[in-house]
Write a new protein. Structure first.
Lengths: 251, 251
DNA sequence: CGGGGTTATTCTCATCCTGAGTTATTCTTA
DNA sequence: TAAGAATAACTCAGGATGAGAATAACCCCG
């Protein structure tokens, strides 16, 4: 039997069938009171002209998570501190043999949560980029299996709001309880009881901490000035902020 | 601009640097009242002689999930109905550039839950295979980044017991409430209140359904015959069966 | 064969959390 | 200045949880 050195010296990677690995990013933000996902229009085949998730090949010496951040930054033009405030997490991997007509391509999907972002600037390999309301997804055909990836990302996002403080990633540095409630209502897609939500947010340790300040003015249609809060230091919410169970999802 | 056909005809996969994709399986079972993970001893370099997760290269036309089941079946010798009762789910993907000395290898990890399984039969490419108690993991150095993968799998398993009926995958077709409680205690690593657990399991809709039968005998050290149950039809537990929050994990 | 130890199952009870509704107060707009 | 709207706080009933105890069935040992 050969030892490790001899083995590696005689090892030929080219002996294996070619496969490739890409990252795709499901980037979510809240704009105009709607949950929106970042899409780019493909300029080159395959699926030229179709809308797709931002993503691309992982570079030879690049870590996957770094690749995901790079692809996101390229499409949004974001960098520096604003980019650091964006939360990234691995979502899942997709590798059905025929998901890409070129060759066997595995995609490692990432999920990104970002506060209200400006209109995206198109990257070099994208014909166009835009934020699309997730409610409009059913009318838009996406490239590859990206519809499935987006659906998985949305379910992950809805679920993560329950037991993590990720909702604070959708709002600015300072926010009101109503801002936070709007995030939950938008992502979950139904209204919440304002009073109960308020009580709950303040009772969960480490979710938010008060700044002592209030908003400059009341709401656009009246109401008192709201107190401002910052994200707290909790990583997990306990007790969790559960969305009402829908009978369909249980069985 | 070329159309899709012309593009694909002129496409050369060999133009890209070689990468490979493997699956690794974190297979968990409960044997002798302990949570155990399936490991194989590597026969060939790299990491020859080290213990590692069962896994291997995804075949050219093979789906990832199929590859995970195949690798698991090869190492355990399991097939047919017993194999169908094993739950598989994708865990996460690992692709740090230097995680494998041979080349850039991405690993897509799967998590498997199985009821009490027999001693594994060694596969063709494994020097040996064994179930190792997870409590013994700290004393055993694993190949590649498999320690991290196992840790992620264990956390996923503990978390999934809370809100899904997966605990029923660790016991046989018919089981007692005490069997189920032992699963939770073993995976979570601390004792539960028998009375409260009993009440909770029976109150969650769709978790279990009674068979009408009882065990043949009482427990080995006494006690009445216990009623037998089957897994119910729920996919999600509501309300969830939460493990007591540990302060460390929250912040 | 009888008693002690063990375990399944059911109850009790105090406490906490949740959903729903109400009230006081502050602020904007007409 | 009055009406409308939103924040924040309070009330109350019902459900869920944690802790402890009671009851009854069953095993093993002496």
């Amino acid at each position: 039997m050969v030892n490790e050195q001899e083995f590696l010296a005689g090892y030929d990677p080219r002996a294996y069938p070619a496969v490739a690995v890409t990252v795709d990013v499901v980037a979510l933000t809240i704009r105009d009171g709607e949950l929106q996902v970042l899409l780019i229009q493909r300029a080159a085949p395959p699926f030229a002209g179709f809308w797709a998730l931002p993503g691309g090949f992982v570079r030879p010496e690049e870590d996957i998570a770094v690749a995901a951040r790079r692809e996101f930054a390229e499409e949004t033009g974001l960098g520096g501190e604003p980019l650091r405030r964006v939360h990234f997490e691995q979502l899942a991997s997709y590798g059905t043999p025929d998901r890409d007509p070129r060759m066997r391509i595995f995609s490692i999907a990432y999920l990104a949560f970002a506060p209200d972002l400006p209109e995206p600037s198109a990257g070099s390999d994208a014909g166009d980029a835009e934020w699309l309301a997730v409610t409009a997804l059913p009318t838009r055909e996406l490239a590859f299996d990206h519809r499935k990836i987006v659906d998985d990302g949305l379910e992950r996002a809805r679920s993560k709001l329950e037991y993590t403080p990720l909702a604070t990633r959708f709002v600015g540095e300072e926010f009101t309880i109503a801002d936070l409630r709007e995030v939950y209502e938008t992502v979950w897609g139904h209204p919440l009881h304002a009073g109960n939500f308020h009580r709950k947010v303040l009772s969960v340790p480490g979710l938010v901490e008060g700044t002592g300040a209030t908003t400059e003015h009341g709401g656009p249609r009246g109401g008192p000035r709201a107190r401002l809060y910052r994200a707290g230091d909790a990583n997990l919410l306990h007790p969790a902020l559960l969305r009402p169970a829908r009978e369909e999802t249980v069985r």
